[in-house]
Write a protein that binds this ligand. Structure first.
Ligand code: NA7
Length: 542
């Protein structure tokens, strides 16, 4: 059977109702007059912030830049209460956006997209869901997040555990009660270091299972500075956001253009101390220009943090376990904490080094490592995600000639600008691999993609172009460029999820684009200004 001549059910199907899906829906529907269907697995909007409800869950971007910028009124009306937005507040914000812009009527909740197939005869996508939907659309747009497929490690015996267990990335909606319980947390990434201090305050006993010691910087979290927001941000919002848009990381901050090695030891320490006192993203973001590029410059900052750990933690044996010496600061995702190291001074908290004594199995009563057996009432897996590609592979996405995305990316993701991949015409990825995405303040990257994609679709409409596909040479060159800019950086010196190193068997490829959001934005604009160079535009058949 052919669909030739038959109009699609929708102009676009968008997968996911987090920041990306909500923003894409609003833009295409309300500004461009397109028909859009959004499918969302959860029973509400929010994406990452719908699923990650673990205690202490909070964003590492300051609240005034962690937002949509398409509506001046929304920017002025919304008031964040925290310096860093906490999960419940971000979820309220996204619910507010969904209500205010009447977005829910085009979102089908409790619906997982199971497959998407490109129909070559009509240049349409056919999308199927676990609720029995089968619809066609000209465009398929993924807003599925970069860190949304939880990784519960395959540890022998988990099925036999008689207590409760949870993964931070799919936390229950009901309150989890730690009171009086012996709790294990496995993992010390962002989710671990945010939840550990909160769980420690409530549990009878907390054992933290650490594989890799971490550098983490105090967030200096608190209530929002109203005066600062009212006097410096709100009257200048557009300028503040514009600065963020063209910056390296999506924040309106300036780095120190000096090298860490050209200043005196006293000047360096003064700068590090000032950054430490300010805390959060500013510690690294406003520091010397070569911390992420030059190992010797980085060593000075890494050692500064190690000294802070030595000062903060009382027990010398625990200090030894906590000191990160196997990778430079910033080579794994930089962490921002509230009372993390201080937690190890509590009587009810112990640190177990599983690098030297790995977990052997989970038993009905707890966890057995090479050296010891532990009993727990609850295990919390803060073990991260199959990042950047995992969620794509959960769906059967097939492009031209029936090629599956999983096959195409079997040696690592290949994209042009992180927006499209050859063989999958009319499919666009919001913050796909090969774009700055997780190396930036996400809403800034998401909005840049939303606008760029929507502008492209309008360009296609005006030119009566039915299908668009990245050109093989453009993709090859972009993949090479992504690797080339990552190569000299600190990022290559750690086993991180940026490299897929946390998932056994995943190809070791650096996935996000490290060249900076501003440079990336410039490149995307140039591509558009040059008639979308690197894309093959086809009038196609309909
Ligand atoms: P991360 O940053 O991937 O952290 C996961 C942690 O779990 C990390 O400490 C891992 O150790 C540890 N881990 C992973 N697998 C295992 C196994 N099998 N055994 C023991 N320990 C393990 O995930 P998060 O959820 O904390 O943060 C994800 C992102 O969300 C974050 O970067 C922000 O962007 C928001 P490792 O370091 O790999 O040795």
């Amino acid at each position: 059977m052919t669909n030739l001549g038959k109009p699609p059910d929708f102009d676009a199907v968008v997968i996911g109702a987090g920041f990306a899906g909500l923003g894409m829906l609003r833009r295409l529907r309300d500004e461009d007059g397109m028909s859009v269907q959004v499918y969302e697995t959860g029973d509400g909007v929010g994406g990452t912030w719908y699923w990650n409800r673990y205690p202490g869950a909070r964003c590492d971007s300051e609240s005034y830049v962690y937002c949509f910028s398409f509506s001046k009124e929304l920017l002025q009306d919304w008031d964040w209460s925290g310096k860093y937005p906490e999960q419940p507040e971000i979820l309220s914000y996204l619910n507010h956006v969904a209500d205010r812009f009447d977005l829910r009527r085009n979102i089908q909740f409790n619906t997982r997209v199971t497959s998407a197939r490109y129909l070559e005869d009509t240049s349409l996508w056919e999308v199927e869901t676990d609720q029995g939907d089968r619809v066609t659309a000209q465009f398929l747009i993924t807003g599925i997040g970069c860190i949304s497929s939880g990784n519960v490690p395959d540890i022998k015996g988990l099925d036999s555990f008689q207590g409760e267990w949870y993964h931070t990335g799919s936390w229950p909606h009901e309150k989890v009660d730690f009171a009086g319980k012996r709790v294990a947390v496995i993992g010390t990434g962002s989710s671990g270091i945010q939840s550990i201090p909160v769980i420690a305050e409530q549990a009878a006993h907390l054992s933290v299972f650490q594989r890799t010691p971490q550098y983490t910087v105090p967030a200096r979290h608190g209530t929002v500075d109203r005066k600062f927001i009212e006097e410096q941000i709100k009257p200048n919002y557009e300028a503040v956001l514009n600065k963020a848009r063209w910056s390296a990381g999506g924040f309106p901050i300036d780095r120190d253009e000096r090298s860490a090695l050209e200043v005196t030891e006293a000047e360096r320490m003064e700068s590090f101390e000032a950054g430490w006192a300010e805390g959060g993203i500013r510690f690294l973001g406003t520091s010397f220009k070569d911390i992420s590029m030059d190992r010797r410059a980085n060593d000075t900052m890494s050692e500064f943090i190690r000294n802070k750990i030595r000062e903060m933690v009382k027990d010398p044996e625990t200090v030894e376990k906590l000191l990160p010496t196997d990778h430079p600061f910033g080579s794994k995702r930089p962490l921002i904490d509230t009372n993390y190291f201080d937690t190890y001074n509590r009587e009810n908290v112990e640190l177990i080094d599983i690098r030297h004594s790995p977990i052997q199995e989970i038993t009905p009563k707890g966890i057995r490592t090479e050296d010891q057996e532990f009993e727990f009432d609850m295990i919390v897996f803060a073990t991260g995600f199959d990042a950047m590609t995992g969620t794509y592979f959960k769906m059967d996405i097939r492009g031209r000639n029936g090629l599956s995305l999983k096959e195409k990316w079997s040696e690592g993701p290949k994209t042009y600008l992180g927006l499209q991949t050859v063989g999958f015409p009319n499919m666009f990825m919001i913050t796909g691999p090969g774009s700055p995405s997780v190396l930036s303040n996400m809403p800034m990257s998401i909005e840049q993609h939303i606008d760029w994609i929507a502008d492209f679709l309008q360009y296609m409409r005006r030119g009566e172009i039915n299908s668009v596909e990245a050109d093989e040479n453009a993709e090859t060159a972009w993949v090479a460029h992504v690797n080339e800019v990552a190569e000299p950086t600190m990022y290559m010196l750690a086993d991180s999820w940026y490299l897929g190193a946390n998932i056994p068997g995943k190809p070791r490829v650096f996935m996000p684009y490290v060249g900076g959001l501003g440079n990336y934005r410039r490149k995307c604009n140039e591509v558009a200004d040059n008639g979308y160079e690197g894309f093959i535009l086809d009038a196609g058949r309909r």
